[in-house]
Design a protein around this ligand. Structure first.
Ligand code: CA
Length: 234
Protein backbone atom coordinates (compact mmCIF):
# COMPACT_ATOMS: atom_id res chain seq x y z
CA UNK A 1 0.00 0.00 0.00
CA UNK A 2 1.42 3.37 -1.00
CA UNK A 3 1.69 5.98 1.71
CA UNK A 4 0.71 9.53 0.82
CA UNK A 5 1.57 12.37 3.13
CA UNK A 6 -1.15 15.01 2.94
CA UNK A 7 -0.10 18.44 4.14
CA UNK A 8 -3.15 20.67 4.41
CA UNK A 9 -4.10 23.21 7.05
CA UNK A 10 -7.84 23.32 6.25
CA UNK A 11 -9.20 20.57 8.42
CA UNK A 12 -12.32 19.73 6.41
CA UNK A 13 -10.39 19.51 3.18
CA UNK A 14 -7.64 17.49 4.83
CA UNK A 15 -10.13 14.96 6.15
CA UNK A 16 -11.95 14.78 2.85
CA UNK A 17 -8.73 14.21 0.88
CA UNK A 18 -7.57 11.67 3.43
CA UNK A 19 -10.84 9.77 3.29
CA UNK A 20 -10.77 9.69 -0.49
CA UNK A 21 -7.20 8.40 -0.68
CA UNK A 22 -8.03 5.68 1.83
CA UNK A 23 -11.04 4.68 -0.27
CA UNK A 24 -8.78 4.48 -3.32
CA UNK A 25 -6.43 2.04 -1.61
CA UNK A 26 -3.72 4.37 -0.35
CA UNK A 27 -2.44 4.80 3.17
CA UNK A 28 -2.85 8.52 3.84
CA UNK A 29 -0.98 10.31 6.62
CA UNK A 30 -2.48 13.73 7.23
CA UNK A 31 -0.67 16.63 8.87
CA UNK A 32 -1.79 20.26 9.30
CA UNK A 33 1.48 22.11 8.69
CA UNK A 34 4.91 21.92 7.10
CA UNK A 35 6.80 21.53 10.38
CA UNK A 36 4.82 18.40 11.30
CA UNK A 37 5.24 17.15 7.73
CA UNK A 38 8.99 17.59 7.97
CA UNK A 39 9.10 15.66 11.26
CA UNK A 40 6.96 12.90 9.73
CA UNK A 41 9.25 12.61 6.69
CA UNK A 42 12.29 12.29 8.95
CA UNK A 43 10.50 9.43 10.67
CA UNK A 44 9.57 7.64 7.43
CA UNK A 45 9.74 8.74 3.81
CA UNK A 46 6.28 8.50 2.16
CA UNK A 47 5.75 7.27 -1.40
CA UNK A 48 4.32 10.65 -2.39
CA UNK A 49 3.34 14.00 -0.90
CA UNK A 50 0.28 16.18 -1.52
CA UNK A 51 1.48 19.58 -0.38
CA UNK A 52 -0.63 22.68 0.13
CA UNK A 53 1.22 25.83 -0.86
CA UNK A 54 -0.25 28.24 1.70
CA UNK A 55 0.32 26.95 5.20
CA UNK A 56 0.63 28.57 8.61
CA UNK A 57 4.29 28.87 9.60
CA UNK A 58 6.60 27.32 7.05
CA UNK A 59 5.15 27.58 3.53
CA UNK A 60 4.66 24.59 1.24
CA UNK A 61 7.21 26.02 -1.18
CA UNK A 62 9.85 26.12 1.54
CA UNK A 63 9.15 22.54 2.59
CA UNK A 64 9.32 21.47 -1.06
CA UNK A 65 12.72 23.11 -1.43
CA UNK A 66 14.03 21.51 1.76
CA UNK A 67 12.80 18.03 0.75
CA UNK A 68 14.33 18.37 -2.70
CA UNK A 69 17.70 19.37 -1.33
CA UNK A 70 17.93 16.40 1.08
CA UNK A 71 19.22 13.19 -0.43
CA UNK A 72 16.68 10.81 1.10
CA UNK A 73 13.69 12.90 0.03
CA UNK A 74 14.99 14.42 -3.22
CA UNK A 75 13.00 12.05 -5.45
CA UNK A 76 9.74 11.72 -3.50
CA UNK A 77 7.00 12.80 -5.90
CA UNK A 78 5.36 16.03 -4.73
CA UNK A 79 1.98 17.20 -5.98
CA UNK A 80 1.52 20.80 -4.97
CA UNK A 81 -1.91 22.27 -4.30
CA UNK A 82 -2.42 25.99 -4.77
CA UNK A 83 -5.32 28.41 -4.32
CA UNK A 84 -6.96 29.74 -7.44
CA UNK A 85 -5.28 33.13 -7.69
CA UNK A 86 -1.73 31.98 -7.27
CA UNK A 87 -0.75 31.76 -10.93
CA UNK A 88 2.83 32.82 -10.34
CA UNK A 89 3.23 30.42 -7.48
CA UNK A 90 2.22 27.58 -9.78
CA UNK A 91 5.35 28.03 -11.81
CA UNK A 92 7.30 28.60 -8.65
CA UNK A 93 6.10 25.20 -7.48
CA UNK A 94 7.83 23.62 -10.45
CA UNK A 95 10.94 25.67 -9.98
CA UNK A 96 11.11 24.38 -6.44
CA UNK A 97 10.87 20.86 -7.77
CA UNK A 98 7.20 19.90 -7.41
CA UNK A 99 6.28 17.17 -9.90
CA UNK A 100 2.81 18.48 -10.59
CA UNK A 101 0.37 20.96 -9.17
CA UNK A 102 -3.38 21.34 -8.87
CA UNK A 103 -5.49 24.42 -8.35
CA UNK A 104 -8.15 24.61 -5.66
CA UNK A 105 -10.96 23.80 -5.84
CA UNK A 106 -10.09 20.43 -7.37
CA UNK A 107 -11.98 17.21 -7.85
CA UNK A 108 -10.87 14.42 -5.54
CA UNK A 109 -11.02 12.00 -8.43
CA UNK A 110 -8.56 14.13 -10.41
CA UNK A 111 -6.30 14.57 -7.39
CA UNK A 112 -5.96 10.80 -7.04
CA UNK A 113 -5.48 10.36 -10.81
CA UNK A 114 -2.74 12.98 -10.85
CA UNK A 115 -1.04 11.47 -7.84
CA UNK A 116 -1.11 8.05 -9.49
CA UNK A 117 0.47 9.66 -12.56
CA UNK A 118 3.35 11.19 -10.58
CA UNK A 119 3.89 7.88 -8.77
CA UNK A 120 3.95 6.03 -12.10
CA UNK A 121 6.39 8.51 -13.59
CA UNK A 122 8.69 8.26 -10.61
CA UNK A 123 8.61 4.45 -10.69
CA UNK A 124 9.35 4.56 -14.46
CA UNK A 125 12.41 6.62 -13.71
CA UNK A 126 13.39 4.21 -10.96
CA UNK A 127 13.08 1.21 -13.25
CA UNK A 128 15.58 -1.44 -12.20
CA UNK A 129 16.46 -2.47 -15.75
CA UNK A 130 19.95 -1.24 -16.45
CA UNK A 131 20.08 1.53 -19.01
CA UNK A 132 23.61 2.51 -19.97
CA UNK A 133 24.58 6.12 -19.29
CA UNK A 134 24.30 8.65 -22.08
CA UNK A 135 27.68 10.01 -22.97
CA UNK A 136 28.49 12.75 -25.47
CA UNK A 137 31.17 15.41 -25.61
CA UNK A 138 29.09 17.78 -23.50
CA UNK A 139 26.78 15.49 -21.59
CA UNK A 140 27.00 12.58 -19.22
CA UNK A 141 23.72 11.22 -17.86
CA UNK A 142 23.36 8.31 -15.47
CA UNK A 143 19.68 7.36 -15.68
CA UNK A 144 19.80 5.38 -12.45
CA UNK A 145 21.65 7.70 -10.11
CA UNK A 146 20.26 10.87 -11.81
CA UNK A 147 23.78 12.15 -12.13
CA UNK A 148 24.02 14.72 -14.89
CA UNK A 149 27.31 16.28 -15.92
CA UNK A 150 27.49 19.12 -18.38
CA UNK A 151 30.96 19.72 -19.77
CA UNK A 152 32.32 17.84 -16.78
CA UNK A 153 30.40 19.83 -14.17
CA UNK A 154 27.72 18.08 -12.14
CA UNK A 155 24.35 19.84 -12.34
CA UNK A 156 21.22 19.18 -10.31
CA UNK A 157 17.76 19.48 -11.80
CA UNK A 158 14.17 18.71 -10.88
CA UNK A 159 12.61 15.40 -11.82
CA UNK A 160 10.63 17.02 -14.65
CA UNK A 161 13.76 18.52 -16.20
CA UNK A 162 15.54 15.22 -15.82
CA UNK A 163 12.70 13.39 -17.54
CA UNK A 164 12.62 15.99 -20.30
CA UNK A 165 16.36 15.65 -20.88
CA UNK A 166 16.09 11.87 -20.79
CA UNK A 167 13.33 12.00 -23.40
CA UNK A 168 15.37 14.25 -25.67
CA UNK A 169 18.59 12.27 -25.54
CA UNK A 170 16.66 9.03 -26.07
CA UNK A 171 14.99 10.45 -29.20
CA UNK A 172 17.60 12.56 -30.97
CA UNK A 173 16.75 14.70 -33.98
CA UNK A 174 13.03 14.03 -33.71
CA UNK A 175 10.81 17.08 -33.48
CA UNK A 176 8.31 16.94 -30.62
CA UNK A 177 5.37 19.30 -30.22
CA UNK A 178 4.52 20.68 -26.79
CA UNK A 179 1.59 18.28 -26.55
CA UNK A 180 3.78 15.30 -27.42
CA UNK A 181 6.29 16.36 -24.78
CA UNK A 182 3.48 16.73 -22.25
CA UNK A 183 2.35 13.18 -22.99
CA UNK A 184 5.86 11.79 -22.86
CA UNK A 185 7.16 13.60 -19.82
CA UNK A 186 4.19 14.70 -17.71
CA UNK A 187 1.86 11.83 -18.63
CA UNK A 188 -1.26 11.63 -20.71
CA UNK A 189 -3.67 12.38 -17.88
CA UNK A 190 -2.08 15.67 -17.00
CA UNK A 191 -3.89 18.99 -17.26
CA UNK A 192 -0.66 20.99 -17.30
CA UNK A 193 -0.79 23.79 -19.88
CA UNK A 194 1.38 23.37 -23.00
CA UNK A 195 3.18 26.64 -22.21
CA UNK A 196 4.57 24.95 -19.09
CA UNK A 197 6.71 22.94 -21.51
CA UNK A 198 8.35 26.17 -22.69
CA UNK A 199 9.16 27.14 -19.12
CA UNK A 200 10.89 23.82 -18.51
CA UNK A 201 12.71 23.91 -21.84
CA UNK A 202 14.13 27.28 -20.82
CA UNK A 203 15.18 25.92 -17.46
CA UNK A 204 16.77 22.88 -19.05
CA UNK A 205 18.63 25.04 -21.53
CA UNK A 206 19.93 27.20 -18.70
CA UNK A 207 21.37 24.03 -17.17
CA UNK A 208 22.84 22.29 -20.21
CA UNK A 209 23.50 24.88 -22.90
CA UNK A 210 26.73 26.82 -22.99
CA UNK A 211 24.76 29.84 -24.20
CA UNK A 212 21.07 29.31 -23.37
CA UNK A 213 20.12 32.20 -25.67
CA UNK A 214 21.71 30.39 -28.62
CA UNK A 215 20.95 26.76 -27.85
CA UNK A 216 22.84 24.10 -29.75
CA UNK A 217 21.38 20.98 -28.16
CA UNK A 218 17.73 21.65 -27.46
CA UNK A 219 16.56 23.46 -30.54
CA UNK A 220 13.31 25.27 -31.24
CA UNK A 221 11.72 24.18 -34.50
CA UNK A 222 9.54 27.12 -35.35
CA UNK A 223 5.85 26.26 -35.50
CA UNK A 224 6.53 22.60 -34.66
CA UNK A 225 8.18 22.22 -31.27
CA UNK A 226 11.57 21.14 -30.03
CA UNK A 227 14.26 18.66 -30.94
CA UNK A 228 17.52 17.44 -29.51
CA UNK A 229 20.59 17.85 -31.70
CA UNK A 230 23.29 15.53 -30.32
CA UNK A 231 26.04 16.47 -32.80
CA UNK A 232 25.90 20.10 -31.80
CA UNK A 233 26.36 19.18 -28.17
CA UNK A 234 29.76 20.65 -27.56
CA1 CA B 1 -3.77 26.37 2.99
Amino acid sequence: MKTVLIVEDERDLRELVCHHFRKEGFKPIAVPDAETAYAEVQHRVPDAIVLDLMLPGMQGTELCRILRSAERTAKVPILMVTAKDEEIDKLLGFELGADDYMTKPFSLRELVARLRAVLRRSSDTHSPTQIPPYVSEALFINFHSYEVRVRGEEVSMSLIEFRLLKHFVSHPEIVYSRDQLLDAVWGRDTSVMPRTVDVHIQKLRALVEEDPKNPRMILTVRGAGYKFQPNSAR
